[in-house]
Design a protein around this ligand. Sequence first.
Ligand code: GLY
Length: 383
Amino acid sequence: MAEIQAAFDLASLRPRLHKVMDFAADQLAKLTTNHPDFFPIYTRNGRWKHDGSLWTDWCAGFLGGQLWLLEEYSGESHWRELAEHYSLLLEYKQHDRDVHDLGFIFLNTYRPWYRRTGAKRLNNVLITAGRTLAMRFMENGQYLRSFVAPESLFIDIMMNVPIIFYAAEESGDQALYDKAVRHCRTTESTLVREDGSTAHEGIFDLKTGAFLRQTTHQGLNGESRWTRGLAWSLYGYAQVYQFTGDIQDLAVARRNADCFLNNLDDSWIAPWDFDAAAKHDRMPDTSASAIAASGLFTLADIIDEHDLTTALKYRRSALKMLEALTADGFMGWSSPGWEGILKRGVYHIHKKLGVDESVMWGEYFFLEAVMKALRIRENVREI
Ligand code: GLY
């Protein structure tokens, strides 16, 4: 178990975090220049452009999202133009009924764009995307169906349901809000386990709506603790709490966080599945650590006022994860010609897609977490 008690020396980490952002700028400049309007998912041997299968096309918002983060970091108009361009290319997806990933696509692109401009047109895109995602709601079973089948619920959808809450809040649509809440309660009762771990997928009886079993696509097996799914749940429920203010959502996020931290070892890097690691398969998934780190920063901010000790533990743990992730062995700069920022992610181990590679969501949540660490006030030397 990774333990954190001592204060974290933030001043020593800051130069490393700036180096990451500068490196990200170089890598993203090359990607957008060498492959204009191309939305990668994972690298193959460190290269973004290849003919490997997508499995599902869900990552387009992570490129625009990184460009918005670079715009915030640098303040340069060049990044703003690119961020707008790569966001605009996604606008048609607001009507896409084939994926459950509209939160990933729009919350990282149109939301920062709308926040900077206040333009109603941009907010309408977010609201429409939320309404489109809500059309996946299955009355029998009370969940948003995954992209694979009507009887399938994924833990990943917890990171997308915030766009339904957002749309409900912005439009005042109570029915939309209720659907989102019901999805969260169903996910909690079927996929989140007693110990705070999560299953990747739940299967329902379409006729009766009865829950049948936990299973997986990307984890070791239906009973295992796939780390990325756990990180999606942690961060997803934390964001949901920001909309609902319901302590039940916060409690799930905290249980997920404690499960994640209690199962990490002293490397602070998550294996792709905690149960695979228990069987000596310690292949890391840096993307799981990046998502968890960003989620822990959010969770720490939420609980700061009423549980300072736990908030401190979560924030320090997120910083320890960033310290580990920014070690040379995980950074693209240590492999000449590597096109990604963060190495050693895993997409789909069973299909052999993006294994030990850079993955687009890993890049996005890594930079998001780095930016959260950098936003901690400059005069704070220790956390
Ligand atoms: N399908 C989302 C993920 O790979 O985590």
